[in-house]
Ligand binder design. Sequence first.
Ligand SMILES: [Zn+2]
Length: 236
Amino acid sequence: MPDLIAAAAAAGVERVVTIGCGRAQSEQAVALAEAHPQVYAAVGVHPVDAGRGNWRDSDVDWLRDLAAHEKVVAIGEAGLDYFHERTTPDDQPRAFRAQGELAADLGMPLVIHTRDAADDTMVILRDLGLTDVVLHCFSIPEYLDEALERGWTISLAGPVTFPKNTALRDVVPRIPADRLMVETDAPYLAPVPMRGKRNQPAFVAHTLACVAELRGDAVADLDASTSATAARVFGW
Ligand SMILES: [Zn+2]
């Protein structure tokens, strides 16, 4: 991990949010954030984990305790994933709603993971009525307008650099600069030209460059605006 942080710093990455996908990982994320000034943590139960019967309603208690740590900046990833887990679908919405209510209660952003479940994810998000939402690894361009109307932030990851991903790439110029962030989703989904490698925070520079090109922005301007958006959303 220190190597990855050093590589990120060398690539101009000033801050990293590492994410927990369950209790043990969330605790690890907080420990990493404690150990490294430039690392922050999000704590949550990922829908794949929740969908494997690992969600208990009492999990909001440890989430609330961890979220009180000064380096914890968001709740999540929470959401729905029907690609990986279709067997126990009711645990996913229960975990999602509970984490949404916790985020609202704590005044923290909710980081959303959604895969093959866009319509159902939107139903729950509308119901929760949150404005402080980050659509992580944004993949639902058909809902961009509604997401923007509701005040949510769009976070683009490696898939936006894939040439065949035209539906997503086409909407990128329409995202207001103050609602747009970039991320890696490491260790998954490495951006072009690193595709196929294990992803790491330093590679976000490639995603930034690609998004700047799609928008016709100067890389330095997009660098500054995405950093400012992240600072506002995560409150650092
Ligand atoms: Zn995710």
